[in-house]
Design a protein around this ligand. Structure first.
Ligand SMILES: *[C@@H]1O[C@H](CO)[C@@H](O)[C@H](O)[C@H]1NC(C)=O
Ligand SMILES: *[C@@H]1O[C@H](CO)[C@@H](O)[C@H](O)[C@H]1NC(C)=O
Length: 287
């Protein structure tokens, strides 16, 4: 069911970092975007020079510019849910075409939710959508008020009994224009980042495979993380709901899931130390 209360309020789109026009493109470093942290855990120092996005030194699914540690498990789930809701709400306002894929699509298949053991969210975006983000929304901040979210992870400050505000940032990899899968260090085209917890959604562009098309293979598509996909498996997108938000899902979702995870993934009733509870329609931890 739609939680209308949750219709998160889009408050400001402010550019928070701008490179000087005369300078070369650089990535958005710790100093330009950090919020409250004193130490850089971005992981940038050990990454190859041409890699744009950096994963934190403590976990690959966190942005170390915004967080110093992993969230406790009981806070991770609500933070991921909020990440999904704010992402789809913002992309729908912007008009960028995007849909869930991979592990998130598998979670959707079972009960329209993120699987409890997942620590990330997978989405794809159309080439037009990515151009739109890069052209007009790079480094924009999007603030949402959460009426009911539990207090601040640092246990003080911005959270209060009435709810709290969180800021999310869109950041687009300048290498998104390089369509080559040889660009190994830049397979993620953009991120939707929770600037309080450091959690993010990786956004990959679904691209036309123009070389394959020139050889007569119509409708062959791919993303830079080397997923090969047929246009007919994705389009026309279907309307559905994920974590209480209206979302798009690929047309041939069952075939895609079977291809990626095997037929068993759609039928098995226990996995990752969880069992499927048919009555509650939920994955329950086996204790
Ligand atoms: C987005 O902004 C950052 C920070 O200014 C910059 O390094 C990056 O190149 C920009 N991305 C695009 C696609 O322009
Ligand atoms: C894309 O990236 C690859 C790998 O870094 C590089 O060899 C190639 O020159 C790049 N292409 C363009 C058009 O920048």
């Amino acid at each position: 069911m739609l939680r209308l209360r949750f219709w998160l309020l889009l408050l400001t789109n402010a550019l928070i970092a701008q490179a000087l026009p005369t300078q070369e493109r650089r990535d958005a470093d710790f100093a330009s975007v950090r919020t409250e942290l004193a130490h850089d855990r971005s992981g940038k120092r050990r990454d190859p020079l041409d890699k744009y996005f950096h994963e934190s030194t403590f976990h690959p699914h966190y942005d170390g510019r915004f967080a110093a540690s992993k969230l406790p498990e009981e806070q991770r789930k609500p933070a991921l849910t909020a990440l999904v809701q704010t992402y789809f709400s913002t992309m729908s306002t912007i008009g960028a075409q995007t849909w869930i894929m991979h592990g998130s699509l598998l979670g959707w298949y079972w009960n329209r939710r993120i699987m409890p053991w997942d620590s990330d969210v997978d989405v794809q975006m159309s080439e037009d959508g990515m151009r739109e983000l890069a052209g007009y929304y790079n480094m924009t901040m999007h603030n949402f008020d959460f009426p009911s979210m539990e207090g601040d992870r640092r246990g003080k400050g911005r959270g209060d009994a009435k709810g709290k505000r969180r800021s999310y940032m869109i950041e687009v990899n300048p290498h998104y224009t390089n369509a080559s899968t040889a660009d190994l260090h830049n397979v993620i085209d953009a991120r939707w980042i929770d600037t309080e917890t450091g959690l993010f959604i990786d956004i990959t562009t679904l691209r036309r495979d123009r070389e394959a098309e020139a050889r007569g293979y119509k409708g062959h598509m791919y993303s830079k993380d080397k997923h090969l996909i047929l246009e007919d498996d994705i389009f026309p997108l279907r309307d559905s709901v994920f974590e209480g938000m209206p979302v798009k899902i690929p047309y041939a979702y069952a075939e895609l899931l079977e291809g990626e995870y095997g037929r068993k993934a759609l039928a098995r009733s226990s996995v990752e130390n969880h069992r499927w509870d048919r009555e509650r329609m939920e994955w329950v931890k086996i204790v």
